[in-house]
Ligand binder design. Structure first.
Ligand SMILES: Nc1ncnc2c1ncn2[C@@H]1O[C@H](COP(=O)(O)OP(=O)(O)O)[C@@H](O)[C@H]1O
Ligand SMILES: [Mg+2]
Length: 235
């Protein structure tokens, strides 16, 4: 069995010359939930965008044994679902139901089957009652749930959430942690929220300057992480 995710020596430079990833090595095994920690600008989002081929750098990125490349991209995107930090950018249809059905429809399921999948996914996130609503009328927490339903509707093996608690109030953060802990998929959670990471993740990887500088338990990495924020910046 290959690992769910295997990344080796990943490097990526943006067009303006910023080297955002500088040799990332990472592995995710079945059933794992891993936190990606690290200061703003350390490369976490850029890394996540490589996992489903939204960006493509140098090095190896494999998802469920498939190289992430144009040939495999459709299959890769069935295996791994990304929820962006700003859920609003992911919600663009007139109704919640259409939004959540978009993924399965896009992967070739019939409209009926797609709507059925969407209703099941909305049930998983406790949002069945909002199916007919306009996404922009929802609260931040509800939008996050709907965005998660949108990826669950495609039935992925891996969920990647980029700073999912950022726009949520404390009850919303706890509710999201509960929701995620009930989902069987392997997960990557990019977060600055230590209670959230501690509640969900068995392992944490700490990003610094475009690479994973350290890995360990959430508690170990949290100590490291807080230290990093307190440390003076080099000129
Ligand atoms: N579209 C972009 N163009 C140029 N540089 C970018 C772009 N997006 C991010 N960066 C830069 O890449 C580095 C990593 O950013 P990012 O992956 O967003 O970090 P994080 O998610 O850890 O905050 C930063 O230096 C950031 O300024
Ligand atoms: Mg980011």
């Amino acid at each position: 069995m290959p690992p769910l995710i295997l990344v080796r020596g990943l490097r990526y430079q943006y067009d303006d010359g910023t080297v955002a990833l500088n040799g990332v090595n990472f592995r995710l095994e079945k059933g794992e939930t891993v936190a990606l920690l690290g200061a703003n600008g350390s490369g976490k989002t850029t890394f996540a965008l490589h996992l489903n081929g939204l960006l493509s750098g140098q090095g190896t990125v494999e998802v469920c044994g498939l190289a992430v490349n144009p040939k495999n991209i459709v299959e890769v995107r069935r295996k791994i679902g990304l929820v962006f930090q700003d859920s609003e950018s992911q919600l663009f249809m007139p109704t919640v139901l259409e939004d959540v059905a978009f993924g399965p429809l896009n992967h070739g399921l019939s409209p009926e089957k797609s709507a059925e999948r969407a209703m099941t996914a909305l049930g998983q996130v406790g949002m069945t009652g909002a199916a007919g609503k306009a996404p922009y009328h929802l609260s931040a927490g509800e939008k996050k749930r709907v965005a998660i339903a949108g990826i669950l509707a495609v039935d992925p093996e891996i969920l990647v959430l980029d700073e999912p608690t950022t726009f949520l109030d404390p009850p919303g953060q706890r509710a999201l942690a509960q929701l995620l802990s009930a989902l069987p998929q392997a997960k990557i959670l990019i977060t600055h929220d230590m209670p959230f990471a501690r509640a969900l993740c068995s392992r944490a990887a700490f990003f610094r300057n475009g690479a994973i500088a350290e890995e360990g338990s959430v508690a170990q990495m949290a100590a490291r992480f807080e230290w990093d924020f307190a440390a003076p910046r080099n000129p």
